[in-house]
Design a protein around this ligand. Structure first.
Ligand SMILES: Cc1ncc(C[n+]2csc(CCOP(=O)(O)OP(=O)(O)O)c2C)c(N)n1
Ligand SMILES: [Mg+2]
Length: 351
């Protein structure tokens, strides 16, 4: 990613971001949303079997990506992080190839379910399907970074090296033991670790008040000895500022941060879910008024940064990129049957 080192070196609060940087953030949210929408269409057309959406979470995810040293710091995302991984460099072609499971699929050669991101190139760790397993893994990675600093193997000020680990999960997944173990470990060892809980109030059909007896996940930070913040996850600039502070804390060796970003998922949990069974249409409609993309669009328009002409141009560009990606993937072949056994067992030389 070209911008990564600039952003990291700036140490800027959001009010010093340039118009160009703000527009890049807007673009990152928009392209993820339009791709996400296309995925639902492809699913309804019977072209793909499954889609899990990030719609509504874009401010949290893009604000996060822009606050780290992109492509250098590690990110251990969860399945809803489409906008986050795209802001790190995953392209519409990459993602659509995953959805179709076609040859050349970037994360697993088409073996994993879609949205189980993995990209060595972008320092994105591969997640497992059991929720929250990424948290102790991410804490372990942060431990390794810290260990190298302590042993003098890596200079903690070297911005070409990973200096923190960001991991994400939903509020429901914080009921898993792995979350608590990972958070505790990060607190004990003062790790360069940031955990973002994307709180959309539901774990599929189960509301948050059936997962925990407290109002805010971040209240638990004190129990782990880490810094905790609860923020409006639909406010991209607030997300950015909160993340910048957490990233700087990690880089300075001052320990871990737990960020609870309150947001809303605008779609059913996945293409296999019918959310009419557990939440009212009125509630979903109400949430659409707080759509993080519309909110950022409004702010940028008010500041004179985003014009109608520019917005139209972005929409056209998004459409063209997604059309191109879909066309490209549809003509790709499926993997050969024999490829099923590749990378599963070590090659044994029987000679
Ligand atoms: C250990 C485990 N239990 C159950 C599941 C099935 N499952 C997948 S996603 C999910 C809901 C998680 O909700 P939350 O953490 O709030 O994240 P959200 O989907 O709302 O973003 C569940 C129960 C799973 N993948 N792993
Ligand atoms: Mg949730």
């Amino acid at each position: 990613m070209t911008e990564s080192s600039t952003i990291s070196a700036l140490q800027t609060p959001s009010d010093s971001l340039s118009s160009q940087q703000l527009l890049e953030m807007y673009w990152a949210m928009l392209i993820a949303r339009r791709l996400d929408e296309r995925c639902w269409v492809m699913h309804r057309q019977g072209k793909i079997a499954f889609h899990i959406s990030g719609m509504g979470h874009e401010a949290t995810q893009v604000g996060t990506a822009f606050a780290i040293n992109r492509g250098v710091d590690y990110v251990h995302p969860y399945y809803r992080d489409l906008a986050l991984v795209m802001a790190l460099g995953v392209t519409p072609r990459d993602f659509i190839t995953s959805l179709f499971g076609k040859v050349g699929e970037y994360s697993s050669g088409g073996r994993q379910m879609p949205s189980h991101w993995s990209s060595r190139q972008h320092n994105i760790l591969s997640s497992s399907s059991p929720v929250a397993t990424q948290v102790p893994q991410a804490a372990g990675l942060a431990f390794a970074i810290n260990y190298k600093w302590e042993q003098g193997l890596v200079d903690r000020h070297d911005a070409s090296q990973p200096r923190c680990v960001v991991t994400c999960l939903g509020e429901g997944s914080t009921s898993q033991g792995e979350w608590h173990e990972g958070m505790n470990w990060a607190g004990v060892h003062k790790l360069p670790f940031i955990c973002i809980v994307q709180n959309n109030n539901y774990a599929i059909s189960v509301p948050m008040d059936q997962q925990m007896a407290i109002k805010s996940v971040a209240e638990r930070a004190i129990g782990y000895g880490v810094h905790g913040d609860t923020i409006d996850g639909n406010d991209i600039l607030l997300v950015y500022d909160t993340l910048r502070a957490a990233v700087e804390r990690a880089y300075r060796g001052e320990g871990a941060t737990l960020i609870e970003a309150k947001t809303y998922r605008l779609t059913p949990h996945s293409s296999d879910d019918d959310d009419r069974t557990y939440r009212s249409r009125a509630e979903v409609e109400e949430a659409k008024h707080k759509d993080p993309i519309l909110r950022f669009e409004h702010l940028l328009t008010e500041r004179g940064i985003l014009t109608d002409a520019l917005r139209t141009a972005y929409e056209q560009r998004a459409r063209a990129e997604i059309d191109d990606a879909q066309r490209y993937v549809e003509q790709l072949p499926y993997p050969d049957e024999a490829a099923l056994y590749e990378h599963v067992y070590a090659e044994v030389d029987h000679a």
